[in-house]
Ligand binder design. Structure first.
Ligand code: FAD
Length: 440
């Protein structure tokens, strides 16, 4: 069996590795149009800020590694330009030589990922304006900072990527302004939780502009919708990503309502023997069962593994996402899972919420306040979502909540969880348990 995979970052390489584990005899080929493969994109902001010292730490694997460990042939700088499902063929362009050739497959996996959205603003083509999606973007930003020593930066968009870069630029001594067109920062959070993030940014001398969009970028500034100018020697556009689903669409593969590729729980697309995984696919939400697009590395690796299993006759099936996410911004950790209050209300739930403010461990052990917002369905008592902002221990709490929501916990169940306690780690009644007590 000949397996062809398109894309060699998180999903494509996971699919290849799992396919090889299941099937010793298959030929596995990956085409990747970039020159970097299987890298840790999530670490890129920390290389820009200097915490990760060498770019090589984020790109530890090359095609030779995959050949020797998995007997997988990865062709970098090779773009698949079209798919011909009837003939089970793909047309490929070698980007080094511009030569075109055709390859055939028995199973095809699309792991084409996503790309950064470039908003329609005048001036995005200046050399000091960047997006951050891949290692080449990262290197360009780093080189620009090293050679131009910018004093000021504007970051357009206040999602987790923008905020992580904000922290790293500020640590380099660059004055950062975060610009958000919505009335709050971190659009994924409810506004009553986002205020904690905004206050923290300001306490770290980051300027924050909300409710205003960028109209134009000039050589030294960005101009906002109310005509104010924000100094910006460097600009990062972090206004979200869009799935790379055009190749699939032009091959007649069905897209979902979000514009990403529609797959079933085995990662099969609408075309026979063509699978898709990672940031190019639409997922479904564990709570609502409805389609969502939550492009995250955690899910890309998981769906890649499922695709690799499916194409080699395995039985793994995808069980959906809660959109569980976490990031650090200076001293704060911000995390969420499940539905926000806004989403739950839009879905028609009669929502009850609580704001549970407790230390993450006893104050005599240095415990600091953690804010947990719990969102539940009044009628069924089911926990729907949680958002947490705190200084320590946020990661373990959000994962407990994600597990509880996955297994359809009622709020009253939270109190009964047998959670670990010793003073260096928690309080006798863990904040997770308190959340259940308050919501119940
Ligand atoms: P991609 O990484 O987009 O890779 C797809 C590859 O396919 C690309 O290399 C592309 O060149 C190639 N390709 C596309 N079309 C073709 C074609 N026609 N022919 C050949 N090759 C093609 N996620 C988390 O869960 N936690 C985090 O903390 C986190 N932090 C992040 C921080 C940053 C700065 C960024 C940018 C992302 C972060 N993510 C995080 C998201 C995570 O990196 C992505 O979800 C993950 O990379 C998706 O993997 P993928 O393989 O599906 O897609």
């Amino acid at each position: 069996m000949r397996i062809v995979i398109i894309g060699a970052v998180a999903a494509g390489t996971s699919a290849a590795a799992k396919a090889r584990r299941n099937s010793e005899d298959s030929e596995i080929v990956i085409y990747e149009k970039d020159n970097f493969i299987s890298y840790s994109g999530c670490g890129m902001p920390y290389y820009i800020g200097g915490e990760v010292e060498s770019a090589g730490e984020l790109t530890p694997r090359d095609p030779a590694f995959f050949k020797s460990k998995y007997n997988v042939d990865i062709h970098t700088l090779h773009e698949v330009v079209s798919i011909h499902p009837d003939e089970k063929k793909v047309s490929v362009r070698n980007l080094s030589t511009d030569e075109m050739f055709t390859d055939y497959y028995d199973r095809l996996v699309l792991a084409t990922g996503a790309r950064a959205v470039i908003p329609p603003i005048k001036g995005t083509d200046f050399e000091h304006v960047f997006t951050l999606r891949n290692i080449n973007d990262m290197n360009q930003i780093k080189n620009f900072i090293d050679s131009h020593r910018p004093q000021s930066a504007a970051i357009v968009g206040t999602g987790f990527i923008g905020l992580e870069v904000c922290e790293n630029l500020q640590k380099l001594g660059i004055n950062v302004t975060m610009i958000e067109k919505l009335p709050q920062v971190t659009p994924g959070l409810d506004s009553d939780m986002a205020v904690y993030v905004e206050e923290h940014l300001k306490s770290k001398s980051v300027s924050v502009v909300t409710g205003s969009s960028v109209e134009e970028i000039t050589e030294k500034a960005v101009i906002l919708s109310d005509n104010t100018e924000v100094a910006a020697d460097v600009v990062l556009l972090s206004t979200g990503v869009r799935p790379n689903s055009e190749l699939a669409k032009s091959a007649g593969i069905e897209l979902g309502v979000t514009g990403a590729i529609k797959v079933n729980s085995k990662m099969e697309t609408s075309q026979k023997d063509i699978y898709a995984c990672g940031d190019c696919i639409e997922q479904f939400h564990v709570v609502t069962g409805k389609p969502v697009y939550r492009p995250l590395g955690s899910t890309a690796n998981k769906t890649g593994r499922i695709a690799g299993d499916s194409i080699t006759g395995g039985r793994l099936e995808f069980r959906g996402v809660l959109g569980t996410g976490i990031f650090k911004i200076f001293d704060l950790t911000v995390a969420q899972t499940g539905l926000s209050e806004r989403e739950a209300t839009e879905q028609g739930y009669e929502v009850v919420v609580c704001h549970n403010i407790k230390p993450d461990k006893p104050e005599y052990m240095g415990g600091k306040e953690m804010v947990i917002k719990g969102i539940a369905d009044k009628n069924s008592g089911r926990l729907l979502g949680v958002q947490i902002i705190g200084y320590a221990g946020v990661d373990k709490r959000i994962d407990v909540f994600a597990t509880a929501i996955t297994y359809k916990a009622q709020v009253e169940d939270l109190f009964h969880l047998d959670l670990a306690y010793a003073p260096p780690f928690s309080t006798t009644k863990d904040p997770v348990m308190y959340t259940g007590m308050i919501l119940d």
